[in-house]
Design a protein around this ligand. Structure first.
Ligand code: SAH
Ligand code: SF4
Ligand code: F3S
Length: 482
């Protein structure tokens, strides 16, 4: 377990160790020397800015980057105008990439006046060969580039970029390695993501994640439990278990264990009040899991169950391994076991070959299920995925029209679902002081809805009872019950 290691006790005059994580501790000690030199020269510590794009997995990875930067002595800057800027990128849709290219232009302009500044890029986008080629050719001001598989050696890469002339680029194709016991700096004191697995084996035909995150690897249950125990001891009350398909957790371990079994063990950890998880692939959601959810006192009454499409024909082309009927009967089974569960989903519009009839099947599932919330995406062609080669890519105006109709339906159903909560008193985990109105605090219900109510900063991290007074569509105004 990572406990404040004393970097000053590490002898950096010798060769670095070959074992992990000792090797990374050695490089952290080296980086700290560099930071001290910077401080002596400039009369201040160097500062960093980490910008995260993409999903919760990336957010957790960024906490690992921050953990290392703070351990070696950097301080966190409020803005991008910092000594070290790192973008942790996402490539799930084209617009995720475009955001990065756009902001790099801005960073370049800033760096021209601050030549000592270092710019680093990491994350999913860097696992694409064309992206790295483009950076090599057209973005000479980027100093350090690494990918998803070698993020654990960030300290080593950082140190290399201090001592080596020119830029450092290190991308691995894949890995079977999981390095434990590295520092992590949490964004919130009272809640935390916890990786339970990395990568994905599902190869949904539209999706680039398996190519950029590699094959599925589960962490050992004892490592996960130890991490959660440590988090609980540190004041964390809510955890979010993270994986691309948590329902297949544990299958590839030497001693296999099911996700449901892992949940039962986590439930026993004292101090943890709420357990969430993301994402559940419908094809692997087991009866055992439904049973555990039904009985649990800590698992939140919320399930994110990506539908992607309501058309069985399109689901087949997407390689999702379930059809419309199977999805609907799964929903029915879950609702029977956990009647108060809130269901949310992801939907893609405009997958190649999607007809008006296919789209209406999606609309039909949306109506039948009645999601509390849904993320709707326009299909984005990703180079290297099977769907990119499919004929019949759908024209932009047809997709736009379907997207608007879907969004309207999703929003009006969600508002009706939310309305049903009005008047209820629910436990709420207080997350922050409301940005717009400092008299209010904002918190989350077990069902994941947000509520704003009069309160004070001291309430942050506590679970309190709140009466939901007024429904605003996808959030509430409420009142504390003393
Ligand atoms: N592992 C998760 C999803 C990770 S990506 C799962 O299986 O549900 C998050 C969401 O992005 C997906 O659910 C999907 O709806 C969307 N997505 C993935 N690839 C996409 C693409 N090429 N175009 C549009 N949306 C996409
Ligand atoms: Fe992508 Fe499918 Fe894996 Fe989710 S399960 S990450 S959508 S390939
Ligand atoms: Fe994006 Fe990578 Fe997550 S592609 S959605 S950041 S796994």
């Amino acid at each position: 377990m990572y406990n404040e290691i004393d970097l000053d006790k590490i002898d950096v005059s010798h060769e670095p160790p070959t074992q992990e994580p000792a090797r990374q501790y050695y490089f952290m000690a080296k980086c700290r020397e560099w930071v001290r030199e910077f401080e002596q020269k400039n009369g201040r510590r160097p500062c960093f800015f980490v910008q995260t794009f993409g999903c919760q997995m990336n957010a957790r990875d960024s906490e690992k980057l921050v953990g290392i930067l703070e351990t070696v002595g950097y301080c966190q800057a409020e803005k991008e105008e910092a000594d070290f800027v790192i973008y942790n990128t996402c490539t799930v849709r084209e617009n995720a990439n475009n955001k990065v290219w756009g902001r790099l232009g801005y960073l370049n302009a800033y760096k021209k006046h601050h030549p000592h500044m270092k710019i680093a890029l990491c994350g999913c986008m860097m696992q694409e060969a064309e992206v790295v080629e483009k950076i090599k050719k057209s973005y000479p001001f980027v100093d350090l580039v690494f990918g998803t598989h070698n993020i654990y050696k960030f300290a080593e890469l950082l140190e290399t970029s201090f001592v080596q002339e020119g830029r450092v680029i290190d991308i691995w194709k894949d890995t079977d390695k999981i390095v434990e016991e590295l520092p992590i700096e949490r964004k919130y004191s009272f809640k935390s993501g916890v990786n339970i697995m990395f990568g994905c084996n599902n190869f949904c035909s539209y999706c680039i994640v398996p190519y950029v995150r590699g094959r599925e690897r589960s962490r050992k249950p004892e490592d996960i439990l130890a991490e959660i125990e440590r988090l609980a001891a540190d004041g964390v009350v809510e955890i979010m278990l993270l994986g691309q398909n948590v329902n297949s957790y544990g299958k590839n371990l030497k001693e296999p264990i099911t996700f449901a079994e892992l949940l039962k063990q986590i439930e026993d950890i004292e101090g943890i009040e709420r357990i969430r998880f993301m994402t559940s692939h419908p094809k692997d959601l087991s009866d055992e899991l439904i049973e555990v959810m039904g009985k649990s006192k800590k698992i939140c009454r919320h399930l994110h169950l990506p539908l992607q499409s309501g058309s069985s024909r399109i689901l087949k082309a997407m390689n999702r391994h379930y059809d419309k009927e199977q999805y609907l009967s799964l929903v029915e089974k879950i609702r029977r076991a956990v009647p108060d569960i809130a269901l949310t989903t992801d939907i893609i519009v405009g997958f190649p070959g999607e007809t008006e009839e296919d789209f209406l099947e999606t609309m039909d599932v949306v109506e039948q299920v009645g999601y509390e919330s849904a993320f709707t995406f326009i299909y984005s062609k990703r180079t290297g995925t099977p769907a990119a080669f499919m004929e019949e890519q759908i024209s932009e105006d047809v997709v736009k029209d379907r997207f608007d109709r879907l969004l309207k339906s999703v929003q009006s159903i969600a508002a009706k679902k939310a309305e049903l909560y009005t008047g209820k008193t629910e436990p709420v985990l207080v997350e922050e002081v409301n940005e717009q109105d400092q008299m209010l605090v904002s918190g989350r219900l077990s069902s994941n809805f947000m509520v704003h109510f009069p309160g004070t900063e001291e309430m942050i991290g506590k679970i309190v009872n709140v009466t939901l007074k007024e429904c605003k569509g996808f959030y509430f105004y409420g009142e504390l019950v003393e």
